[in-house]
Design a protein around this ligand. Structure first.
Ligand SMILES: [Zn+2]
Ligand SMILES: [Zn+2]
Length: 339
């Protein structure tokens, strides 16, 4: 539970954005609150207080009625708007799922503004910390995904410098470096080996030619899983529930390759993905795979979506000791460095 006493207007607006994120409300209203947050951050606090006192907040470009209400309530020590929103957007979880959630110590797949995420690295890290995590793995997209502003080699290097600075500020919380690297059509990866080798954790995912024929898709995925740099196979079927079918591949061959090469299978928690599907997850458990339960968050509130994956893991009986983000950051790094 979040205690809502003595929050500043910035904190209150951040919490509104968090709640709208976790409810997957990505429309105009959320964008308006994000804009209001930017405005309040860049306006002197005295001016905000003065305008609140005189009822002129909405004269500021980017502040609408709802955001003005949130700001005024925060300044008055009230939280009616936020309380209602907190209740309405709470992410549900079963008691069995909660047992898995309590075991998690980090999140191995999330995006920042460096690619197609909506929040800064720092905001993602601070939110993960507030959710009880010890670490995150930062996995922005690789260059091939131009629509998502994927990172070229020089931007990966620049991001590594940023993470060093952030880690000094946020310690003992840790941001582990990483990438969600595209698995290209021939199974090669969308970043140089020497770059991949510098990153703490590499998630590899298929984002293109998802309807490739069964045999070629199998070869493509097995080749990626075999890469010594790949630690986690991201959202393996590529399905979007109700919108896009699963890719077709030889499940046993791909998961056996994951076991042989110590590549974890991601349990992607996004509600529209929940990938792998139940029967496939059962097979991965039976074959002895390791797993990550990862939010694939593109916004701060979406970090709470790990709850969906925890419920699914509990339902199918994923052995907790095989979930790599129940381990400490050091144990996780020791494991990724073994291959
Ligand atoms: Zn992806
Ligand atoms: Zn992703």
């Amino acid at each position: 539970m979040v205690t809502l006493t003595c929050v500043t207007p910035v904190e209150a607006l951040e919490r509104v954005v968090h709640c709208l994120d976790r409810a997957n409300e990505i429309g105009f209203k959320t964008k308006a609150f994000v804009r209001a947050l930017d405005v309040v951050r860049s306006t002197p606090a005295e001016q905000i207080a003065d305008r609140a006192a005189h009822g002129t907040l909405t004269e500021l470009d980017g502040i609408g009625e709802s955001s003005a209400t949130v700001i005024m309530q925060a300044l008055a020590g009230e939280s009616a708007y936020l309380d209602t929103l907190e209740q309405r957007t709470r992410v549900p979880i079963t008691p069995d799922g909660q047992r898995y959630r309590d075991a998690l110590r980090g999140d191995c797949h999330l995006h920042s503004r460096w690619s197609d995420g909506g929040a800064t690295i720092e905001a993602m890290a601070r939110t993960a910390h507030s959710l009880g995590h010890d670490y995150i793995v930062l996995t922005d997209h690789s260059a091939r995904l131009t629509i998502a502003h994927g990172l070229q080699r020089d931007r990966v290097l620049a991001q590594l410098d940023d993470v060093v600075v952030l880690n000094q500020r946020l310690a003992p919380f840790r941001i582990l470096t990483g990438i969600e690297v595209d698995i290209l059509e021939d199974g090669s990866l969308d970043l140089d080996d020497d770059m991949l080798g510098q990153l703490d954790v590499v998630v590899a995912s298929v984002h293109s030619k998802l309807r490739m024929d069964h045999d070629r898709m199998t070869e493509r995925m097995v080749a990626a899983v075999r890469s010594p740099h790949v630690d986690i196979l991201g959202h393996c079927t590529g399905r979007l529930i109700g919108k896009r079918p699963e890719s077709s591949f030889d499940i046993d061959r791909v998961f056996a390759a994951c076991v042989d090469n110590r590549t974890a299978v991601e349990l992607n928690c996004r509600p529209e993905r929940l990938d792998p599907p139940r029967a496939m997850l059962d097979r991965a458990i039976a074959l002895g795979c390791h797993f990550s339960i990862s939010s694939d968050a593109h916004a701060i509130g979406q970090l709470e979506w790990q709850l969906f994956g925890c419920d699914r893991a509990a339902e199918r009986g994923v052995p907790i000791e095989r979930i790599i983000n129940t381990w400490s950051a050091d144990d996780l790094l020791a494991w990724t460095h073994t291959h």
